[in-house]
Write a protein that binds this ligand. Structure first.
Ligand code: PSU
Ligand code: MN
Length: 343
């Protein structure tokens, strides 16, 4: 079925793969996976390897993976083996988020979907569980304050201000956050990406009514590192408790998503001090180079990878697979909880 001029709504653009359609029809748990980490977040061939490994991790837990991407004016929910390889190697793929969803569909080519676009697709397809690496959030300096350097980096981009006073706000806040506030999908991640201002990201989510729940520890996971030094807004001991909380949130019908955070496996983490140093350097360089907007997140991730000589890629890869596994376990626990409830 192709999108017609008369049909409206996200559902008119969906192309759900047969395995995902069958799973949804039979009540088998489904986990949506995003694809901007494939097109923009990781280099080839790690991007393809991690996308396949995340799908395998979901299957190993008894759930069905639904990787979401855009191609030829359609939102694909569930990619075939060859489609995933094409997505991972295609040049010039776009980055689709809520603000660019129409433009990427109209353009007709491949696009990776960010957390916001994947949530929109998942909700329209009837999928309530979704795994990613790290969500977008409030970038450092989004609300002004000192430049990362304390020098004239961003000031140069802002028109050559020579004084070293407070920098003007960039207002760079990912559309992922507003999506979490308005779309009822649970998102499993390893914390907001460490390149962000994590405390401000948590404040934003709280203000907009999004529960942030850490599974298995009471500290926010630091994305590349297990720790962040920031207390968890809320935590649950395990997947079963996460499922009970999610079921309650859904019954309330508040319309918002939930952010579930799990730390990267210990053997693959980047030591917190190494991560902090690499991010600080990359942030200064991005500022000096005048990189901003949708290009900023991919640019910072690539710089951190270069500075850490690939150690960040190993951590990023491991955490994505771990999140997919955890999302599948919670989806299975949720299904069990639901069937027990209706007996
Ligand atoms: N997780 C990763 N790598 C990524 C992303 C997530 O491990 O590249 C992507 C997600 O798709 C997220 C996006 O939605 O980065 C955020 O981009 P922005 O800050 O421009 O909204
Ligand atoms: Mn942004």
């Amino acid at each position: 079925m192709s999108p017609t001029a008369s049909a409206t709504g996200v559902a008119a653009f969906l192309h759900v793969s047969p395995p995902v359609r069958d799973a949804l029809a039979s009540g088998t748990p489904v986990v949506a996976l995003e694809s901007t980490l494939v097109t923009h977040g990781l280099p080839y061939p790690e991007n393809l390897a991690v996308a396949r490994a995340a799908e395998d991790a979901v299957r190993a837990e008894g759930a069905v993976p639904a990787t979401v991407a855009i191609r030829s004016g359609r939102i694909l929910v569930g990619l075939g083996h060859d489609e995933l390889a094409e997505l991972a190697t295609v040049r010039g793929a776009r980055k689709a988020s809520r603000p660019t969803l129409a433009a990427t569909l109209a353009a007709g080519a491949w696009a990776g979907t960010t957390v916001s676009a994947t949530m929109i697709a998942a909700a329209a397809a009837g999928i309530g569980m979704f795994a990613t690496g790290g969500i977008g959030g409030v970038h450092r300096g989004a609300f002004g304050g000192p430049a990362p350097t304390g020098t004239a980096g961003a000031a140069g981009a802002a028109g050559g201000r020579a004084d070293a006073g407070p920098e003007p706000p960039t207002l760079d806040v990912s559309s992922d956050l507003a999506e979490l506030a308005r779309t009822p999908v649970a998102v499993v991640c390893a914390g907001p990406k460490a390149i962000l201002d994590v405390p401000l990201t948590l404040e934003y989510l709280e203000t907009h009514g999004v529960p942030v729940v850490v599974v298995g520890t009471d500290e926010m996971p630091g994305f590349y590192s297990r720790r962040s030094g920031i207390p968890a807004p809320a935590s649950v001991p395990d997947e079963a408790a996460a499922a009970v909380l999610l079921a309650t949130h859904r019954r309330l019908g508040l319309g918002s998503g939930v952010l579930l955070c799990v730390p990267v496996p210990a053997e693959d983490e980047l030591p917190l001090e190494d991560a902090r140093a690499a991010i600080a350097r990359a942030t200064i360089e991005a500022d000096a180079a005048g990189v901003h907007g949708p290009a900023l997140t991919p640019w910072l991730l690539a710089r951190v990878a270069a500075i850490t000589e690939g150690a960040s890629v190993r951590a990023n890869t491991a955490l994505i697979v771990n999140d997919a596994r955890m999302a599948a376990r919670i989806a299975v626990a949720l299904e069990r909880h639901r069937s027990e409830d209706t007996q």
